[in-house]
Design a protein around this ligand. Structure first.
Ligand SMILES: [Zn+2]
Length: 65
């Protein structure tokens, strides 16, 4: 559950940490750390069900397993 301020305000896009996953630009909210995605309508919260796509690359800094 996001902190209360992000339920009333827009999420705060961390523009210093935007990365590209081959389909969309992505980042995290600076306040609540929720994953964000930029689609045609602008930034919104990344939806694991709706936005799952095998063409997406993993975060370039993700630790290798
Ligand atoms: Zn937030």
């Amino acid at each position: 559950m996001p902190p209360i301020f992000c339920r009333f305000l827009e999420h705060k896009i961390n523009r210093n940490r935007v990365w590209f996953d081959s389909l969309h630009h992505r980042t995290n909210c600076e306040r609540c750390s929720l994953p964000m995605i930029r689609d045609v309508t602008g930034w919104r919260v990344f939806n694991d069900d709706r936005d799952a796509d095998p063409r997406r690359d993993a975060h370039p800094n993700a630790p290798e397993q």
